[in-house]
Ligand binder design. Structure first.
Ligand SMILES: *Cc1c(COP(=O)(O)O)cnc(C)c1O
Length: 405
C-alpha cells in the first residue's frame, strides 16, 4: 500500500531513519553526555535485534513467562447489543502483570543484560511502568531504581508495595509538585551519572531515539499475533482496528501489524472533562508541534510554550504529547485519531464487564468506548480492539468516584 511517497511494503525498513526521524518527528534532542549513551543503546539494539540468540531468548520469555500468545476474544453479547458489527478484543489484559507494558519491559531488560549492564532506571507516575520494569529486573537479576514523586507514592500505595516486593528501590522525589515531571527530571539526572552501568528504560513510544522505535518493535508482537489470529478465526482481516493512545505503545504494537493492509486504523485519545486546556490529554487532536523529553512531536503547550498540565480519568493516558510515529501517521492520514470523554469511557468500562465478563483498565476502556460508537456508525463489518490491560488496578478509584453501575 502506498500513501503519498510512503510505501508501506518497506515502511519498517525506512522508518525511523538512522537519526530516529519519522518525517520531521522524533530525533534525539538531548545533552551531549546522554547522546553518547543513546548511541550506545542504538548500536547495541541494531546488532542484537538481528541476532537469533537474542530473538530466541525473547520468544522463549514471551511464551513461558509472559503467557503469550494472548488470545483474541469475540464480544458476542456486546456485538448483538450494538447491531450488526462484530467486535473482538486482543487480550493484553491476560499478559503477565495484567497489561501490555511487560512486552517492552522484558525486551529492554534483555537488552540491558546483553549490553552487560547491572541496573535499569526509570520513572513512574501511577506505578504501572515501575511494576512492569521491576518484574523484568527481578526476572533477569538486575538492580532496579524507580523514581517516583512523593505525592504519587502516597496515592499509589499498592503499586509501590508491588515494586518493593519485586526487589526494586523506589526513590522518593519531593522537589516541586512531587509528581511525574519531577520524577522524570530526577531519573534523568541519576542516569547521566550512572549511564556506564545502567540503562534508562522508557515506558512508551516516546523519548529520544532509539526508544520510540525500540518500544514499537518490542510491542509489535501484539499486531503480528493479532493479524494471524484474526485470519484464523474469521478467514479475513478486521475492517477496523482501535487502540487507546497515551504515549502510544500499545497502539503502535497493534497498528504495526495492519499498516500495510486495507484496514481502517483508529487511535483514541482521552478528552477527559472537555476541550478546555487542562481538562483533557488529547495531544494529537488539539496540540501543536514542539520538543519535549528529548523528541519532536505534537504536544499540548501552556502560554509559555512549556508542556501543559493535562488530565484524564485514566492515569496511564495523561501525558501532554504522543509518540513521534503517531504524529507522522496522523499527518499521512494512515491512522485517524479521535477522542472519547470520561463519561463515555466509564460507560464502556461497566458495559464490557456486565456483558462480557471482562473488567478492562480505564485506559483500554477508551478504545472500547470508541469502538462502540464506531460500530453503530459502520452498521456492518468487524472491529478489533486492543484491550491493553485489566481493570483490577482501577477498582477502588471507580467505586469511590462512580459507585457501582
Ligand atoms: C500505560 C498504559 C496505557 C498507555 O500507554 P501507551 O504507551 O499509550 O500504550 C494504556 N493501557 C494500559 C493498561 C496502560 O497500563
Amino acid at each position: 500500500m502506498k500513501i503519498q511517497n510512503i510505501d508501506f511494503d518497506t515502511y519498517f525498513k525506512q522508518y525511523p531513519d538512522k537519526n530516529g526521524f519519522f518525517g520531521k518527528y522524533g530525533g534525539a534532542y538531548i545533552p551531549d553526555d546522554l547522546k553518547k549513551a543513546m548511541e550506545e543503546i542504538t548500536e547495541a539494539y541494531y546488532t542484537i535485534c538481528k541476532s537469533s540468540k537474542f530473538i530466541s531468548e525473547l520468544r522463549q520469555i514471551r511464551r513461558d513467562f509472559q503467557g503469550r500468545p494472548t488470545p483474541i476474544s469475540h464480544l458476542d453479547r456486546l456485538s448483538t447489543e450494538l447491531g450488526g458489527v462484530q467486535l473482538y478484543v486482543k487480550r493484553e489484559d491476560l499478559n503477565h502483570t495484567g497489561a501490555h507494558k511487560l512486552n517492552h519491559c522484558m525486551g529492554e531488560a534483555l537488552l540491558a543484560k546483553y549490553m552487560g549492564k547491572k541496573k535499569v532506571i526509570a520513572e513512574t507516575g501511577a506505578g504501572q511502568h515501575g511494576v512492569a520494569l521491576a518484574t523484568a529486573a527481578a526476572y533477569f537479576g538486575l538492580e532496579c531504581d524507580i523514581y517516583m514523586g512523593a505525592v504519587d507514592i502516597k496515592k499509589q500505595a499498592p503499586n509501590v508495595a508491588r515494586m518493593k516486593i519485586l526487589g526494586a528501590n523506589v526513590i522518593e522525589v519531593s522537589e516541586g509538585l512531587a509528581t511525574l515531571k519531577e520524577a522524570v527530571d530526577a531519573a534523568f539526572v541519576a542516569y547521566c551519572k550512572e549511564y556506564k552501568d545502567c540503562i534508562y528504560c522508557i515506558g512508551s513510544t516516546v523519548g529520544p531515539h532509539p526508544f520510540p522505535m525500540m518500544v514499537r518493535d518490542f510491542q509489535s508482537v501484539v499486531g503480528i499475533e493479532a493479524r494471524e489470529q484474526f485470519l484464523n478465526l474469521t478467514g479475513e482481516l478486521p475492517d477496523a482496528v482501535v487502540a487507546c493512545v497515551g504515549g502510544g505503545s500499545n497502539a503502535m504494537g497493534l497498528f504495526s501489524g495492519f499498516l500495510n493492509d486495507p484496514v481502517d486504523i483508529y487511535g483514541v485519545e482521552p478528552l477527559g472533562r472537555g476541550k478546555t486546556l487542562g481538562d483533557h490529554a488529547a495531544s494529537l487532536a488539539y496540540g501543536t508541534e514542539g520538543i519535549m523529553h528529548g523528541f519532536n512531536s505534537i504536544m499540548l503547550k501552556d502560554e509559555n510554550g512549556e508542556p501543559a498540565p493535562v488530565y484524564s480519568v485514566a492515569s496511564g493516558l495523561d501525558y501532554p504529547s504522543s509518540g513521534p510515529e503517531h504524529a507522522f501517521l496522523r499527518d499521512l492520514g494512515r491512522v485517524k485519531y479521535d477522542v472519547v470523554n470520561d463519561d463515555e469511557t466509564i460507560h464502556a468500562f461497566f458495559t464490557l464487564a456486565k456483558l462480557e465478563g471482562i473488567i478492562p483498565a480505564i485506559e483500554s476502556s477508551h478504545a472500547v468506548a470508541y469502538a462502540m460508537k464506531l460500530a453503530k456508525k459502520m452498521g456492518k463489518g468487524s472491529i478489533l480492539i486492543n484491550l491493553s490491560g485489566r481493570g483490577d488496578k482501577d477498582m477502588d478509584y471507580v467505586i469511590e468516584k462512580y459507585g457501582i453501575r
